[in-house]
Design a protein around this ligand. Sequence first.
Ligand SMILES: [Mn+2]
Length: 247
Amino acid sequence: MLLLSCISDTHGLHNNMKHSVGTGNILVHSGDLTNIGKIADVESIIAFFHRQLDNFDDIVFIAGNHDLSFDPCFGETNKGRFIRHYANNQDIVTHELEKPEWLTDLLGSMDKRIHYLENSSKTIQGKLFHGSPMTPDFFKEYWAFNAARGQEISNYWSIIPKNVDVLITHGPAKGILDLLENGVDHVGCEELEYVVNYELNNLKLHVFGHIHNPHGKYISDRGTTFVNASICTEEYAPTNMPMQVHL
Ligand SMILES: [Mn+2]
């Protein structure tokens, strides 16, 4: 059995978390590592991940809409972000644009036990992980990794392996720990809800954040554990508990 500790939305406050991430087999971070993706803040969270290698065997993370420097298309048109290839019946995500060199170098120099996923999959400790930073459009001119609800965002969900064990996305699926503070609006992704509930038959765990208020855990009838791991509250205080899950 594996013990995972899940965090999200630390927004640069990873060294000021009220509760420790503890120890376990795998530490998962589901994005919004920083506030606006500044070099010093990205370096700081990568250093934090390296320190956590004393407490975890592997660390898996994705970016979020606040991690602007991670999105090569931020500030550009979305054209070219997602290119679909049908060769060998495989969809491949490619980018026409590249990340800044400092970030490519930083990600490339990480310990091999730290895994960055961006619309990509990897088997870690015998479990198939897939990670995606994409969230439905929300002031897309200001934020990274936005995609329009409907077909555009579905393109990203369509490349999730059907047999995935652990899905890490920045945002929630619609209706699952996605309720705004107003208690009325469920702002999760409808297209993602269909995928996690009906298409991924092996899904054991879905980790996300993005909507800070509904931090918590929910286990579906099909036995999938859903975790909103937002560490920051709505007021950006890093006081929520890391979420621990056995796989
Ligand atoms: Mn956030």
